[in-house]
Write a protein that binds this ligand. Structure first.
Ligand code: SAH
Length: 364
């Protein structure tokens, strides 16, 4: 049993059922025993790999996108370059290197702001990004005001979701209780009144018994805050994650440990818990806050529009065959349909006066 499982079992005995939302929040974010508080989960020896860690091309192209968008904003100085959930700092390091090369005036104008709660990953970011003298913040609200470029890769999938289930008494919130043998947890449904949850409406409200619907209050709040910021201060944000374009129903809570999916209710705090990102919900929140929404588009199409194939060709020039093969493999992984190319979506939120940024065609 993990230390967090012990704490959760104690709480269930003392206070009764706990919502899946609160369970997920504890598993990811408990300040002593939560998943991100205790480890660096990225890489082949960790639990999962992000596009950032697959290849330097990903962060470089995002750095170039930021430089291009900054020019379209009228090249404000200073500009805040904000990353939500920067992991090991790899994306920011690759982006800054590329920005320095293609747009030194952008590199000089920007200040780096990292929104990160994990002390372990903050240490990794400090080691990686010391030369850029970043500032760290626990939340976006702490980042000083001003024109902003923001990047969030695989951040929104790590925010806790609420789940409701259709029962014969209507929609009820999904809760966890102790399993019959007293160790381990199982899912049940709570009391009939669900407060605050965005319950399915329209056709989705007539889902069959047992159907599950999700919402992510922290995700919507964060998209709203980004929207308010870029609408008020000028700027743009790039949100990249796996998920669906239109809100859909279904249980997407997923646990990953050592690159394999596992039971989300076993080993709390020791495996990565994520859920599909509902891009339509994020777009709604950002629009309501005054921003303009572009996309989402498939990650593969986005990276192709930014010129990833040319970047790959450059990296392969004069490279040893083993290096060239690695570049090709990374490219296939980032853009291929069977890999991250279509599962991952890219959405931009901008000031309402901005035309579609690079990679989003004319569809705004
Ligand atoms: N963006 C990175 C890694 C994503 S992993 C990459 O491209 O490789 C998720 C990141 O979000 C981690 O850095 C994690 O510590 C951070 N995180 C998770 N929940 C958070 C929260 N509520 N506030 C701030 N950061 C959070």
């Amino acid at each position: 049993m993990t230390p967090l499982a012990g704490l959760i079992a104690e709480s269930l005995r003392a206070e009764g059922p706990m919502s899946v939302h609160d369970y997920m929040a504890l598993c990811i974010g408990h300040e002593r025993y939560g998943y991100y508080a205790t480890r660096d989960p990225l890489g082949p020896r960790g639990d999962f790999i992000t596009a950032t860690e697959v290849s330097q091309m990903f962060g470089e192209l995002i750095g170039m996108w930021c430089a291009d968008t900054w020019r379209r904003m009228g090249a404000p100085a200073p500009v805040r370059l904000v990353e939500l959930g920067p992991g090991r700092g790899t994306l920011m390091a690759d982006a800054l290197r590329a920005a320095h090369k293609v747009a030194p005036e952008f590199r000089r104008a920007l200040g780096v702001h990292l929104v990160e709660t994990s002390p372990v990953l903050r240490a990794a970011q400090r080691a990686r990004l010391a030369a850029a003298a970043p500032s760290w913040h626990a939340a976006l609200a702490e980042v000083p005001v001003g024109p902003t470029l923001l990047v969030a890769n695989e951040f929104f999938d790590a925010l806790p979701i609420r789940q409701v289930e259709r029962t014969c008494d209507g929609w009820r919130e999904r809760m966890i209780v102790l399993a019959a043998d007293g160790c381990g947890f199982r899912v049940t449904v709570g009391v009939p009144s669900v407060h605050g949850a965005a319950l399915p409406t329209g056709a989705a409200a007539d889902a069959p018994l047992g159907a599950v619907a999700e919402d992510c209050p922290a995700g919507s709040a964060c998209a709203g805050e980004i929207g308010r910021r870029v609408a008020a201060e000028g700027g743009a944000a790039l949100i990249i994650d796996y998920g669906y374009r239109a809100s859909a129903s279904g249980d997407t809570l997923q646990a990953v440990r050592h690159h394999r999916t596992t039971d989300p209710f076993a080993n709390p705090g020791a495996c990565d818990l994520t859920a599909h990102v509902d891009f339509a919900a994020l777009a709604r929140a950002a629009r309501e806050a005054g921003a303009r929404v572009h996309g989402p588009v498939d990650q593969g199409a986005f990276l192709m529009a930014l010129g990833i194939d040319a970047r790959a060709a450059t990296l392969k020039t004069d490279a040893a065959p083993v290096v060239a093969r690695a570049v090709d493999a990374a490219l296939a992984r980032l853009i291929g349909h069977e890999h991250m190319g279509t599962l991952f979506q890219v959405m931009a939120l901008t000031h309402p006066g901005m035309a579609a940024p690079e990679g989003f065609g004319d569809g705004a």
